[in-house]
Write a protein that binds this ligand. Structure first.
Ligand SMILES: [Zn+2]
Ligand SMILES: [Zn+2]
Length: 585
């Protein structure tokens, strides 16, 4: 009788038959489930994940992120889906966890590229409502058939069986995913926190979570956004108490800025306004639509007569008014910025007002938020920021809860998702402290191919494209690195256009070159510099064209660009973008 024995200690795949036959046989290599995150790793936002089994693909979430501060003119950044090109037919479906834009924001930019009639899409009622409403705001979008799922719903998509379960967060209708795959079970937490006292929602269902834990979790993918905070996230009830302090002591108007998708915060501000006899004016397109959808679907409870329009505000005393608006991140186009910079048609800040900035600052936005705060304070207005009081819970589990989640799920493998690299690292550290080996708790990056089988998790050397795809107005991806670099250069040192007219017959400069410049130097006060520049341009052109014969115009332009560039740098230590224009007459 043959016995099986591992050939080399821990190496699980090569097996030797011992006894009758001395031959060494290698068992067929176990197929892998491929997991690819196109965004959301090493950044906050742009969450999109692919699960691929033998060519069949399931997508989870399609989010966007805000641009960084050095990306002039860019509206959003969306995931790069070039890996999915030519694989359309193999995409079984898309499941959405919740209605935050870092999970659904890229739908109007990407869905039409992967959509086919057989594509199945699943979302909770509120998430569905938000996606469909936005979809309607964009031209030429495919009509999406999104099936509703809720706590306990189960759907089968090819080799994947997905069970949705309720997770507390700061938006209602947030769903975690328990995914049965041919190699084992995966648990995806979605964004979450454990909340014993949520708003308009049930407390965390630990029994349910434990039941998943008992079903053997091969891989836990858990939200890392709060992994660097070493306590427990605040309950929504506690936040409401803190907010109430502001309502209690404010005699002027209250202007509360938050994310349009923080439905729970919006609810709390409306409830408190009603309690303190204030009318509420909702300002900002996305805020208005989200309030409307949530109200219709029953996720927001608003008394009749509470909501008023901005132009009616003048009819009420300051102490009876709350303005609920977007712009807590200092976004240039948002309502709070318009109010602070006196561009809003009806609302001006004045002494006695209280401004609440209720949202944690997204990494990269710190400076803009600081400037916004300063601007508001200049109006003699009180500012309440989340750092001063816990008026924003973040909505994300902190270390205590993350540990608890790992303890409940007891996964074999662990992969931190959603967050900056430092957050992923802190989360992995927690998992390792709790006994997962270094090999079993990995940190992956966007675009890496993660191979998973019951024995092993590993990362392939090869990556799929995951670089930024930038959205500017109606253009998706047409603003690439080159355009962006130009914009950065223009923003930094301005531009300088030199128009030179050359006489065809002599090859010499006719007259004096024209100069147009923006953002480089103030022309009227730089006469000497301009005089020298003109002189240099004439010299360069006459030297390079004067020898007769055919003239290489691109060489002439390069010479102008290089020589004048050097000249400007020695004179001003600035590097404007130089655009030489040469006209032959
Ligand atoms: Zn979220
Ligand atoms: Zn998120």
């Amino acid at each position: 009788m043959a016995e099986l024995e591992y050939a080399y200690g821990s190496e699980p795949y090569a097996v030797r038959l011992v006894g009758s036959s001395p031959t060494v046989r290698t068992m067929k290599k176990q197929p892998n489930l491929r997991i690819i995150l196109l965004g959301g790793l090493g950044e906050v936002g742009r969450n999109m994940m692919l699960l691929e089994w033998q060519g069949k693909i399931l997508i989870c979430d399609m989010g966007f992120r805000m641009p960084e501060e050095d990306m002039p003119g860019i509206d959003y950044i969306v995931p790069n889906i070039s890996y999915l090109k030519d694989k359309k037919k193999n995409i079984l479906g898309v499941v959405f966890t919740h209605g935050h834009y870092d999970h659904i924001g890229a739908v109007p930019y990407l869905m039409e590229k992967i959509w086919h009639p057989g594509l199945e899409i699943y979302a909770s009622p509120l998430t569905r409502g938000i996606i469909l409403k936005r979809q309607g705001d964009f031209p030429n979008q495919p009509k999406l058939d999104i099936a509703e799922v809720r706590d306990g719903s189960k759907v089968k998509l090819g080799p994947f069986r997905v069970e949705f379960f309720r997770q507390n967060h700061n938006i209602p209708d947030n769903l975690g995913l328990f995914i049965e795959t041919p190699i084992g079970n995966i648990l995806h937490t979605s964004d979450f926190k454990f909340d014993p006292a949520p708003v308009n929602d049930l407390p965390t269902n630990f029994q349910k979570l434990k039941s998943f834990g008992r079903r053997k979790i091969l891989l836990l993918m858990s939200d890392s956004t709060g992994a660097e905070e070493n306590n427990h996230s605040l309950s929504e009830k506690t936040i409401e108490k803190n907010l109430e302090e502001i309502f209690k002591y404010s005699s002027g108007r209250i202007i509360a800025a938050t994310f349009a998708s923080l439905i729970n915060r919006i609810q709390q501000i409306i409830t408190l306004s009603e309690k303190y006899g204030r009318k509420v004016c909702v300002e900002g397109y996305s805020m208005k639509t989200n309030v409307e959808i949530s109200k219709i679907l029953g996720y927001l409870k608003i008394k009749k007569g509470t909501l008023v329009k901005a132009k009616e505000l003048a009819n009420y005393p300051d102490g009876k008014v709350t303005v609920l608006c977007t712009g807590a991140q200092g976004e240039g186009s948002a309502i709070l910025m318009k109010i602070a910079s006196r561009e809003h048609p009806f609302i001006r800040l004045r002494k006695g007002d209280s401004v609440i900035l209720s949202s944690s600052v997204i990494p990269g936005n710190e400076r803009t938020v600081q400037m916004l705060k300063d601007d508001i304070l200049r109006h003699g207005v009180k500012v309440f920021h989340y750092k001063m009081m816990d008026i924003h819970a973040g909505g994300h589990a902190q270390q205590d809860e993350l540990r608890e989640m790992i303890k409940i799920m007891r996964p074999k493998f662990f992969l931190p998702i959603h967050g900056q690299y430092s957050m992923l690292a802190a989360h992995t550290e927690l998992a390792r402290e709790m006994g997962l080996s270094e090999r079993n708790a990995l940190i992956a990056e966007n675009g890496q191919i993660i191979n998973l089988n019951p024995k092993k998790i590993s990362i392939e050397k090869q990556k799929v494209p995951s670089n930024y795809v930038m959205v500017d107005g109606l253009g998706i991806g047409d603003v690439g690195d080159v355009v962006l670099r130009d914009r950065q250069m223009l923003a930094k040192d301005g531009m300088f256009v030199i128009v030179t007219v050359i006489d065809k017959t002599t090859g010499k400069v006719k007259g004096s070159p024209d100069i147009i410049s923006r953002g480089f130097v103030y022309l009227r006060e730089s006469k000497e510099l301009l005089r020298e520049t003109r002189k240099k341009v004439i010299e360069i052109v006459n030297r390079t064209t004067g020898s007769g014969g055919a003239v290489n115009w691109s060489y002439v332009k390069d010479e102008i660009r290089n020589k004048i560039g050097q000249f400007f740098y020695t004179k001003t230590q600035r590097r404007p973008m130089i655009l030489p224009v040469v006209i032959e007459v």
